[in-house]
Design a protein around this ligand. Structure first.
Ligand SMILES: Cc1cc2nc3c(=O)[nH]c(=O)nc-3n(C[C@H](O)[C@H](O)[C@H](O)COP(=O)(O)O)c2cc1C
Length: 319
């Protein structure tokens, strides 16, 4: 998830257990091919995150094939194509969700990539463009023919963006339409929902987005539930620890960059921005969560950020 599921976040999620594949934030095929530092940073991962897929976006089959080769050289376990992003900056360049309206181009991209690399090429798509064009089953068939190894379906249309509910009946139809594994995605926020959907809906697995930002323990909890064990509760100390560990990992990542010097924003500024982004989600569902959001949004230094987080989770009225 762009801006959120960076390598540090993914490592922490994996350390808490229960999580299989993780996927990087989407990265530009153009940026990968040109070797742009920031793009390569977004595509970066560590050994403890494996198995890991790098997700790329773009609309040009030749460039996507070259970008897939860069991903393969980076050592990723799979390369995933974004066919779901509705953000205009991506969609207007015949990439992201626009590819759902252009099956010819979508298939050409997958074919070129599958020929160019030995690692699996997977596709993340939506249910369709809008409620008149719910073509995920047909597109999945076409992409299977073009060499896709698996598809992930977010059960909303591009027109819906994030409104309404994900259509899991449609996801099931996709799973029945193709022989390759189909992974469902959308609205899994409770561990039991993950287990039920994997067991009952004929999908190979479930991908969790926002639910993991709110509750990075969701995978460990789902694994416990699947094994018939009680779902472990998460203590305030663990919740505090996650955020503090995240700060530490981010700081190490940019250790070679200067901290903020007078008016020049550097490492500290970047880490604070990352924490603000995560806490927008992480605070949801917590008693008094809005206090955490406000406190984090007002913190202007790492020391202040740490103190606010420690204070929020040590208050006896908080979870
Ligand atoms: C802030 C944000 C960033 C996202 N970035 C990506 C992305 O880079 N690639 C992608 O495939 N999906 C991205 N998504 C979509 C999610 O992966 C997921 O498909 C969607 O949120 C539905 O699943 P969920 O209900 O489990 O969150 C993003 C969603 C949000 C809210």
């Amino acid at each position: 998830m762009a801006g959120l599921t960076d390598s540090a976040f993914r490592r922490l999620v994996k350390r808490h257990g229960g999580c299989g594949l993780v996927v990087t934030e989407m990265v530009s095929s153009e940026g990968l091919v040109r070797g742009i530092d920031r793009t390569l940073e977004y595509a970066g991962f560590t050994e403890e995150e494996r198995p890991v897929a790098v997700q790329i976006f773009g609309g040009d089959p030749g460039k996507m094939a070259l970008a897939a080769q860069v991903v393969e050289r980076l050592g990723a376990d799979a390369v995933d194509v974004n066919m779901g992003c509705p953000v205009p900056k991506v969609a207007k360049n015949q990439a992201g969700c626009s590819l759902m309206r252009d099956p010819e181009r979508a298939a050409a991209i997958v074919r070129a990539m599958a020929r160019a690399v030995a690692i699996p090429v997977t596709v993340k798509m939506r249910a369709g463009w809008d409620d008149r064009e719910m073509n995920a089953p047909e597109l999945a068939q076409r992409l299977e023919g073009a060499g896709a190894s698996a598809v992930i379906v977010h059960g909303r249309t591009a027109a819906q963006a994030y409104s309404g509910r994900a259509d899991w009946a449609l996801i099931e139809r996709v799973a029945r339409a193709v022989a390759i594994p189909v992974y469902g995605n959308g609205d899994c926020v409770e561990p039991d929902e993950i287990v039920r959907r994997v067991r009952e809906l004929g999908v190979a697995g479930v991908l969790v987005g926002r639910g993991a930002l709110r509750n990075p323990w969701i995978f460990a909890q789902a694994a416990a539930s699947a094994a018939g064990r009680p779902i472990p509760a998460v203590s305030a100390a663990e919740r505090r620890g996650f955020l503090l560990d995240y700060i530490d990992l981010l700081l190490v990542e940019r250790a070679d960059e200067p901290a903020d010097v007078s008016h020049v924003a550097g490492r500290e500024h970047w880490v604070i921005g990352k924490l603000r982004a995560l806490c927008t989600w992480y605070s949801r569902g917590l008693a008094g969560g809005s206090h955490l959001r406000v406190a984090v949004n007002h913190a202007e230094s790492i020391a202040r950020l740490r103190a606010e987080i420690a204070q929020f989770f040590s208050s006896p009225t908080r979870p």
